[in-house]
Ligand binder design. Structure first.
Ligand code: G4P
Length: 532
């Protein structure tokens, strides 16, 4: 083994690349700040994520995000804790962005599932969890807002087990019901309780005081007794952390706390270091794996243009999968076989950028002005490799886009092509409709709002969108496409998806798809991957 591969392997071993998945409002931004604060990446909570009144960095680059208070884009935050380097990838919080989220989750090794103590599992938590399960990403659970009245701890565990078929194995257990938190028991150190002094607003690390079991019994009698009893019950039930079962996605270690007061955050951070897996070998097309100590390889999981209006550039986010990335090195783009120069490599967190000179497996690098790169692209040095393509989901919403001002059709075409390459929407075309009237296809209707905002703001070509009555897409072939466009009985239309040249047959509903199958029994009609 060469010294470079040993170096790559040892750096990979101390990397933890993860995402926080949650329903909007569960406290993802607050937890992100609290994690970064504990890990000493920043000095003051509030400096990481933009929410009203705080200094915005990550998620407020677009006007729409500001007004809606949601994060449409993704950013990466890197910080150090106990000798490890943690890469936290931000996932879009809105239910409509499942395609984008899926791509981000293709770049992480672990997820922290954040649950609101009062609400339990919510719609978006379920969808994101499904993606993790599908990709085999181990999940750590953090029950947040324990400083406020909420549900019973055991009831929440039951819900996780019942709905996700995932055994919850508490690692931190609350003393006191939600809203009456006395402290936490670190299950691995059962003879004591951690008591927290509140730091209002969460601007500083919470002060953690270990209290002996005797003192806890004296001072927090009933609550302490109940917590100990519950833990005994859980132990009898076999709810004990098992690393192998966790990595195999059969169990989830559970933590309780309050991100807003930094309660329980240190225990979670320690768990990410101790339990979350480091980058490992990655499956490649045609079978086999690329180990982390192989020569450099990376996966482009996101492409984003104009993140910063002052820069007007295009960034491809790449996760290093193996070997060592050095800025300036020339690598090969697997899709084209062409060399790609990496002169402009940045670490990007919202509008904060700095040059990256070196990166290791698990790290994320922003390649600036990487116009040739597409989502799902593999880059490599040395022995050629291709990672499996990112799935494209079945769109369920369709609209024809036209330029408001016909004299700006050049900008219109450029903008639509750009948004297609970024994967903001899928763009479908047909000879019948022509390139001034492409059909935009989306998994969620909010993707259309993003298109409208960006076409007007960035490409100076406002668009008119006319919703089409289709709700179902199936993959077909040329014969099927011709048959559908010829049919006088079936309501539907066949179009070509620019991204992969796939022929898609669109129908208003399953009934129409069924009549098409009856009219043309030999035509191909395949299901596409459902986003949720
Ligand atoms: P998100 O990114 O998941 O959407 O959630 P965010 O962190 O913005 O948190 C949503 C709301 O929940 C915020 O209140 C936040 O202060 C609150 N919150 C987060 N963690 C905790 C916690 O541990 N305990 C309690 N009690 N509240 C928590 P907001 O009123 O909507 O916004 P803000 O005015 O506080 O910023």
């Amino acid at each position: 083994m060469s010294s470079t591969s040993e170096w790559a392997a040892s750096e990979a071993a101390r990397r933890r690349t993860f995402a926080v998945i949650s329903h909007p409002d569960a406290g993802k931004s607050t937890l992100t700040e609290a994690l970064a604060l504990h890990a000493h990446a920043i000095t003051e909570a509030g400096a990481v994520h933009g929410k009203a009144g705080r200094r915005g960095v990550a998620s407020d680059w677009m006007e729409m995000e500001k007004t809606r208070g949601i994060s449409v884009t993704s950013a990466v935050l890197q910080f150090a804790h106990r000798g490890c380097v943690l890469n936290l990838l931000d996932t879009p919080g809105h239910a409509d962005f499942s395609e984008d989220t899926y791509r981000v989750l293709a770049a992480v090794d672990c997820a922290v599932m954040l649950i609101d103590a009062a609400k339990g599992l919510e719609e978006q938590t379920r969808k994101l969890f499904d993606v993790c399960r599908h990709r085999g990403i181990p999940v750590i659970t953090f029950v947040n807002k324990w400083d406020r009245p909420g549900r019973e701890a055991l009831e929440l565990l039951d819900e996780i087990e019942r709905e996700f078929r995932l055994k919850p194995t508490p690692v931190a257990w609350p003393v006191g019901d939600a809203g009456y938190l006395r402290g936490l028991i670190d299950v691995r150190r059962p003879g004591q309780m951690l008591r927290y002094a509140r730091t209002p607003g969460g601007a500083r690390e919470a002060i953690e005081e270990p209290v002996s079991a005797d003192r806890a019994a004296l001072e927090d009698g009933a609550d302490w007794g109940k917590a100990v009893e519950e833990l005994d019950l859980l132990q009898i039930d076999g709810a004990v952390h098992d690393q192998e079962a966790f990595l195999a996605c059969r169990t989830t270690p559970v933590f309780f706390g309050a991100a807003i007061s930094n309660i329980g955050v240190r225990l979670l951070l320690d768990a990410i270091v101790d339990l979350a897996p480091p980058p490992g070998p990655r499956e490649v097309e045609g079978g086999g794996v690329r180990p982390v100590d192989a020569p450099f390889s990376g996966l482009v999981f996101k492409v984003q243009a104009n993140m910063d209006p002052a820069h007007r550039d295009r960034i491809a986010f790449m996760r290093v999968c193996s070997g060592i990335f050095e800025r300036g090195m020339t690598v090969t783009q697997a899709a084209s076989g062409k060399p790609f120069a990496t002169k402009y490599a940045h670490s990007v967190f919202g509008q904060d950028r700095s040059m990256v000179d070196i990166a290791y497996p698990g790290d994320v690098v922003g390649l600036v002005n990487a116009t040739a790169l597409r989502v799902g692209d593999t880059l490599y040095a040395g022995q050629s490799t291709v990672f499996p393509p990112m799935p494209t989901f079945a769109p369920e919403h369709f609209a024809v886009a036209r330029p408001v001002d016909l004299s700006r059709s050049k900008q219109f075409r450029r903008g639509i092509a750009q948004l297609d390459e970024e994967g903001v929407v899928q763009v479908l075309v047909s000879d019948l409709r022509g390139d001034q009237a492409p059909v935009l296809a989306a998994v969620g209707p909010m993707q259309f709002d993003v298109v409208s905002a960006r076409m007007a703001g960035e490409f100076s070509s406002p668009v008119k969108l006319e919703t089409l009555p289709y709700r179902l897409a199936r993959a077909t072939d040329t014969a099927g496409a011709e048959a559908l466009n010829r049919s006088r009985i079936v309501q539907g239309e066949a179009l070509t998806r620019i991204r992969d040249k796939a022929q898609l047959a669109l129908f208003p509903d399953g009934w129409q798809a069924g009549s098409f199958e009856r009219e043309f029994p030999t035509a191909r009609l395949d299901h596409l991957i459902a986003a949720h």
